[in-house]
Design a protein around this ligand. Structure first.
Ligand code: BES
Ligand code: MG
Ligand code: ZN
Length: 499
């Protein structure tokens, strides 16, 4: 991890300290010529076998150490602008560099940003294109090392983003750094161990990060939840010595608001499965079962830091799903805040039970739309793998906008159908609805369960982030720690919403 100082510049001003120069080479008919020209202009000599290997075969990057007393390492990364171009390429590569060199005594990093014209059809606008480089740097620079005894010292690294005519404004750098602070906040919460991050502690951290930014935090204690009839949250939390709660966060902009949005996040601070207990392996990642809450808190922080002119309500039910003599049981019937009753088939399908109360509460506040985030089903991970979240909605226009932000931010979303036959398996003989149906299509069935608790005329989308929120081995910035997936996506959605 470095202490990054990100600046923009229009030319390469080498300082005589150890540094890295990064060049992206467009892999088209002129690749060889451009590469040769660069080497000649910069007085770099390499043996032809090496350059041949880089140019001819599939190797996509080349690291050239300066010879004699030249302190620079020159990095080349090939990229192709063809149908399969992925606009996460720059973000991911820049992040991999930060990780690769974290132990090296590098002082300066120069990144030659390719001309926007070359890649323009893959980015929504020029500003966002530049911000992907800043996102990449900060995504790669994240660490969760509070439990490591031997902490590495944090070195300063100057990063120079080189564009023609200094196209990157300091306002853009600030905006993206703020957004990334929110991503870090969300990541810290999901990476914290469950022994520390109880529902109470989640509340405490939400308060300490958000109140200072002008966000109000209201809390419903277990007793208040009982009085209000929010028995979904209360019941799932029954087995734990750490009582359940629900927090409601409100960010109201000083400027005239351009809408009101409710964000709901599953805050299961640990999911052992309850009496329908998980296997040891299945439990391992379950400190991250509050990642939905992490998205909500992160997005609110980003909006507050960047003063987005939109009114946001965050609704976060927080519980621990563990075992004791007080745990709720299969066969129990719960009367929810909506008045509808749920027959408990499986105590491990707990997320949807706590979300039922939270969604009813959110709808009652009459927002323009409701988005919910939850590490809800393993079935969604089976369907999409770890790199994409599922989106389930009653509003195709909303899906379109979310998918658009997904493309831009590289936080992948895939839409599932919401046909009514998926409701069928949830019919209960004893209550209004069962919390579990059949195995097939059970990510969709879970979404159909949630739909019971959303007003019919409310525009709503459910994001099942069980795959990409938990660490996964696909991108350089997702493979060690829980990821904070959803914060950048939602922030972009909000920015577009207020346009
Ligand atoms: N929190 C889990 C879902 C999950 C699985 C999140 C893997 C992240 C990674 C959820 O509460 C759960 O336990 N779901 C069960 C439901 C089952 C009992 C019907 C599942 O998906 O296996
Ligand atoms: Mg569960
Ligand atoms: Zn869960």
């Amino acid at each position: 991890m470095f202490n990054l100082n990100i600046k923009n510049t229009s030319e390469l001003n080498k300082i005589d300290e150890k540094g890295i120069i990064v060049n992206f080479l467009l892999d088209d008919d002129n690749l060889k010529q451009n590469f040769q020209d660069y080497l000649v202009n910069n007085n770099i000599k390499i043996n032809s076998a090496l350059s041949g290997k880089f140019l001819e075969n599939d190797s996509k990057e080349l690291f050239l150490q300066g010879i004699d007393d030249n302190p620079y390492l020159t990095v080349f990364k090939k990229y192709k602008v063809i149908k399969k171009f992925d606009n996460d390429l720059f973000r991911d590569f820049v992040s991999s560099l930060i990780i690769k060199f974290e132990k090296e005594p590098v002082k300066n990093l120069y990144i030659n940003i390719p001309d926007f014209e070359i890649v323009k059809e893959y980015f929504k606008n020029e500003e966002y294109y530049y911000s992907t480089f800043i996102e990449g740097l900060l995504l790669g620079n994240y660490k969760f090392d509070k439990y490591k005894t031997d902490k590495k010292e944090i070195k300063k690294l100057n990063v120079y983003l080189i564009t023609e005519n200094k196209k990157i404004s300091s306002a853009l750098i600030k905006r993206t750094e703020n957004l990334m602070k929110a991503v870090y906040f969300s990541r810290d919460l999901t990476n914290e161990i469950a022994d520390v991050l109880t529902p109470q502690e989640l509340l405490k951290q939400a308060k300490s990060e958000l109140v200072k930014e002008g966000v109000t935090v209201k809390v419903f204690t277990k007793e208040q939840l009982e009085k209000l009839g929010m028995n979904g949250v209360v019941t799932v939390g029954k087995g734990s010595t750490n009582p359940p709660l629900m927090m409601v966060l409100e960010y109201k902009p000083k400027a005239k608001s351009k809408g009101k949005i409710a964000l709901v996040g599953k805050g299961v601070t640990y999911d052992a499965g309850g009496l329908c207990i998980k296997t040891a392996g299945g439990m391992l990642d379950m400190k991250g079962d509050m990642a939905g809450a992490g998205v909500v808190l992160g997005v609110i922080k980003a909006a507050a830091l960047n003063k987005l002119p939109i009114h946001i309500l965050g609704v976060v039910p927080a519980v621990e799903n563990v075992i004791s003599g007080n745990s709720f049981k299969p066969g129990d019937i719960i009367k929810t805040y909506s008045g509808k009753t749920i027959e408990v088939i499986d105590t491990d399908a707990e997320g949807r039970i706590i979300l039922s109360d939270a969604l009813t509460y959110a709808c009652k506040q009459k927002p323009d739309l409701v988005l919910d985030y939850a590490t809800l089903t393993g079935a969604c991970v089976v369907a999409l793998g770890e790199s994409a979240a599922g989106v389930f909605t009653n509003d195709d226009k909303l899906a379109e906008n979310l998918l658009c932000s997904s493309k831009k931010t590289g936080e992948r979303l895939w839409q599932f159908p919401m046909w009514d036959e998926y409701k069928k398996p949830l019919e209960s003989d004893l209550a209004d609805v069962k919390n579990l149906g059949i195995r097939w299509g059970s990510a969709i069935t879970a979404a159909k369960f949630l739909e019971n608790f959303v007003d019919e005329d409310m525009s709503w989308a459910h994001l099942d982030i069980a795959g990409p929120a938990i660490k996964y081995n696909i991108k350089s910035y997702t493979n060690k720690y829980n990821t904070g997936f959803g914060v950048r996506l939602t922030y972009d959605f909000l920015e577009e919403f207020i346009k």
